[in-house]
Structures are given as C-alpha cells and as structure tokens.
Design a protein. Sequence first.
Length: 188
Amino acid sequence: MPEEVERVWKACGVRPDLNQSISVMLAWAKLGKIELAEQLFDKMSKQYKKLPQICYNSLLCIYVEKKMLDKAKDLVKHMSDDRFKIGVEALHMLVKFYVEEGDVAKADSMLQIWVRKNHKMQFMQIKPRYDTYIHLLEAYAKKGDYHNAEKMFYLTRQMGYSVRFKMYELLLRTYANARRRHMGLEID
C-alpha cells in the first residue's frame, strides 16, 4: 500500500496540484506515516505563498485522529498567528477529541468561544455542525449532568437546528442517569 501512495505521488509530477498534495498527505496519515504527511505539508507551505485553510484543517484532522494533541495545539496556535480561523470541521474534530479524552468542560468552552468569535459572521450561516452539539450532549448524558445537557439542548436550538428525536432521547438519558425527574417526562 505505501508503494501505491509513492507511485501516485511520483505520478503527480514536480509541481503537484493542491488537491493532489492534500490527498497524498491524508493517504500517508492513514498509513501511519505522519512524518511523511508533515514533510508534505512543509513542502506545500514553501511552494505556495499562503496556504489555504483546507491544508491546515487537513493536518489538524490528522493530528486529532492520531491523538497527537500537542502537535494539534501547536498547529492551532500557528493558524491563529497566521490569522486563520478554525473552521467548522476542525472545531468538530477538536471537540470530538476532547470529549473522547474525557475533558468535556474543555470541549464545551472551546465550542462557546468559537461561537462567540464567529457570531459576527452569523449572516454567512457559519455555525458548528449538529454532530458537534450531539457529541457534547452524549457526554453530558453519560455523566448525568442535566444542567449542561439542557444548556446544549438550548444552544442547539438557538443556532437554528430543529430539535430531533436524538436530542430528546439524550436529554431523557441525562435525567435517568442523574436520577432526576423532569416536568412532563416519566423516568423509572
């Protein structure tokens, strides 16, 4: 399999397209060759005067999937130094990572900061993914933290998402795990 990626990379030529470079970078990462993906990112940053945000988001997703939090933090800092905003996909990956690591408060605060910073661009319909809220709601449901679960439920509606069955199910699970009744809901 690595030979195939190497063959495709050589077929791209001396000056590969940006999409080709990103595809090869992701392929190297899936094969576990993070060093080669990083080298390719460095090569792209030298080749192009200013890299588009998709390149940074791709590398950030690689770091999050491979659970390399220190490198992900450094990349986010580098992105903010270069005045790039963290995109919706990158935010989703970071929130998912923190939730999986058990640091739900950090994930929640990161989401709230991102929403506050991007509130100005609300007319452009930039908002976190529905899945991002669901990951946090699931984490609060497991812990039985009904205060924060209700807050996530409310924030999801406030961002313009319609309430789906999954959200009610998670809210019910939260009350059940907290061993608390909610008005209008029967929990045994």
